[in-house]
Design a protein around this ligand. Structure first.
Ligand code: C5P
Length: 223
């Protein structure tokens, strides 16, 4: 008999490691809510920049996070962050300015703490939306947000290959610098958590990456 339990799939990895495309595909394949936590950090960064707040101004950051009115809108299978009832447009969250600032805001414990409960709450959003579970991608999902996730994957790839992928997507992004900041910060640094399944995607096609994760997920759902 197929399992009816709710599953949580955590996918962590550096910029352009293959997380977004593969987690979107898994969400379709298994009816999981797709939660891109990078887009949450980006939305909050865009909001701070709109208000003229810099990552160095801790008092302003603290006041701003305390007053953030966060909600979630489900668009297709994807969870989008609302700030004050507004979803920050995709063009804005992928802008050069946000690329350049997001890792600086994301390194602040005040910002990470403010987003912790919001990210965990996505499991309730997925349940209420009738999903089979959720697939959440980020940097600290398997280590901090859902350390007991049903599956924890860590994707990595050669830096040159990742730069090529981002350039093919047309992105104007300093991924090496973001990775450096994300890996070296004190709070929740980017690292493969103990016990997670590590996948080197450098020489794999998207289908192969997805299959590596889909096989154990299918087996679990069929058990
Ligand atoms: O995934 P993406 O590259 O869009 O994430 C943008 C930035 O958000 C990352 O470089 C990182 O600084 C931050 N982030 C994070 N923790 C997460 C997801 C993203 O610190 N779970």
């Amino acid at each position: 008999m197929a399992s009816t339990s709710f599953i949580i799939v955590a996918i962590d990895g550096g910029a352009a490691s293959g997380k977004s495309t593969s987690s979107r595909t898994l969400s379709e394949q298994f009816n999981l809510l797709h939660v891109d936590t990078g887009s949450f950090y980006r939305a909050v960064t865009a909001e701070f920049l709109r208000r003229g707040i810099s990552p160095g101004d801790l008092a302003a950051v603290q006041a701003a996070v305390a007053g953030l009115d966060l909600g979630t809108r489900i668009v297709g299978r994807s969870a989008q962050m609302e700030i004050g009832g507004r979803v920050v447009p995709e063009a804005e969250i992928r802008s050069r300015e946000v690329n350049d600032h997001v890792s600086h805001f994301a390194a602040l414990p005040e910002v990470r703490t403010a987003l912790l409960a919001y990210q965990r709450h996505q499991a309730e959003v997925a349940r209420a939306g009738g999903f089979r579970g959720l697939v959440m991608e980020g940097r600290d999902i398997g280590s901090v947000i859902f350390p007991n996730a049903t599956f924890r994957f860590f994707l990595h790839a050669d830096p040159q290959e990742r730069a090529r992928r981002r350039a093919r997507e047309g992105g104007n992004d300093s991924i090496a610098e973001r990775d450096r900041l994300d890996s070296s910060r004190k709070t929740a640094p980017l690292a493969c958590p103990d016990g997670a399944i590590s996948i080197d995607t450098t020489h794999l096609s998207l289908a192969e990456v997805v299959d590596t994760m889909a096989v154990p997920i299918s087996a679990r759902l069929a058990s």
